[in-house]
Design a protein around this ligand. Structure first.
Ligand code: CIR
Length: 263
C-alpha cells in the first residue's frame, strides 16, 4: 500500500499578480516628481502585462486589489521566491506594511512553504536579485541591515549565498540593475552605485531599460519606454516582448515589480 506523503506538489511557471488599487495615483514616490496617474489607463496596461505573461505560458494567480494600499500592484516587493519557498517580506515603507498578508494567504493556498521577514527587519522584494545560487540584496531606503540578516539566514538554509550591496541612487536594487538569462547584469550608469560588484556587467542606454523579466533561456519582457535598450538586448540574440507600463513607471515601478514568477 502506498505510504502517505507530506510532499507538496511543485508549482511551476506560475505568475502572481495583484490588480492595481483605485488609489494607485497616491502611491509612494521617492526619486520622481509626482505626475497624474490615470487608473483606467493603468488597468488597461496591467491587463496587457498579464496577457503577455499568459501568452508566454505562465499560469496566472491573481491577488485582489486593496484600495487601502495604493502600491499593492507592485507585488514583487511583498514576496521573494527561492525555489518552492515563498519568503514573505516586511516592506520598508510604512504605507505598504499591510500588503503582504493577502499575498501570504495566496502562496499558502498554492501549497507553497512560506517564511517571513519580521520587523524591525525590513526588506522589499525589489531589492533582491537572484542569479543562480547567488542573491544580491540591496541595502537602501527600503531594506535594512536586520532585514538582510534575516534573509541571509533563510537563504543560507536553502543553499543560496547572499551578497549585500549598497543602493543609494535608486529606489531598489532592481530599479538600478537586473540580469539577463545568461546572468549578465544590466544597469544604467546614473543608477548603479558600483558595477564592479557584479561578475559581468553591461550598461543599457535608458533608465527604463534596466528591468527585464526573464521569460525563458532566450527571451525577456521589457518596457516599451526603452526602445534603444530593447534593440541592444535583441542584438545579443534574445527575443524581447515589450509592454507599455508608463502609468506604473510614473510611480517608480517597472516590469519586474508587477509580478512574482514561480519557476
Ligand atoms: C513604491 O515606492 O513602493 C512604489 N511606488 C513603487 C514600487 C516599485 N517596486 C519595485 O520596483 N520593486
Amino acid at each position: 500500500m502506498a505510504q502517505p506523503t507530506t510532499e507538496r506538489p511543485a508549482v511551476h511557471r506560475v505568475a502572481l499578480v495583484r490588480a492595481p488599487a483605485r488609489s494607485l495615483a497616491d502611491g509612494e514616490l521617492t526619486h520622481l516628481i509626482r505626475k497624474p496617474v490615470e487608473y483606467s489607463k493603468a488597468k488597461t496596461q496591467w491587463d496587457a502585462y498579464v496577457a503577455a505573461l499568459e501568452a508566454e505560458g505562465f499560469g496566472i494567480r491573481r491577488v485582489d486589489a486593496d484600495d487601502s494600499h495604493p502600491d499593492c500592484v507592485f507585488i514583487e516587493d511583498t514576496v521573494v521566491m527561492l525555489g518552492q519557498v515563498a519568503i514573505v517580506t516586511s516592506p520598508g515603507a510604512e504605507s505598504r506594511r499591510g500588503e503582504p498578508d493577502a499575498v501570504e494567504a495566496t502562496v499558502l493556498d498554492l501549497g507553497l512553504e512560506t517564511r517571513r521577514i519580521r520587523l524591525p527587519g525590513t526588506l522589499d522584494g525589489g531589492d533582491v536579485l537572484k542569479i543562480g545560487h547567488t542573491i544580491y540584496v540591496g541595502r537602501g531606503g527600503r531594506t535594512n541591515a536586520e532585514g538582510i540578516h534575516q534573509f541571509r539566514e533563510i537563504a543560507a538554509e536553502l543553499g543560496y549565498e547572499v551578497v549585500a550591496v549598497p543602493v543609494t541612487r535608486a529606489l531598489h536594487l532592481k530599479s538600478a540593475v537586473t540580469a539577463l538569462p545568461d546572468g549578465t547584469v544590466i544597469g544604467h550608469p546614473s543608477l548603479v552605485d558600483n558595477p564592479a560588484v557584479f561578475d559581468r556587467y553591461l550598461e543599457v542606454p535608458e533608465v527604463e531599460g534596466v528591468a527585464v523579466v526573464v521569460l525563458s533561456d532566450d527571451s525577456v519582457l521589457m518596457s516599451a519606454s526603452a526602445p534603444k535598450s530593447v534593440a541592444l538586448i535583441e542584438g545579443l540574440g534574445y527575443r524581447v516582448t515589450t509592454v507599455e507600463i508608463g502609468e506604473f513607471e510614473k510611480l517608480e515601478g517597472c516590469v519586474t515589480c508587477l509580478s512574482v514568477r514561480i519557476r
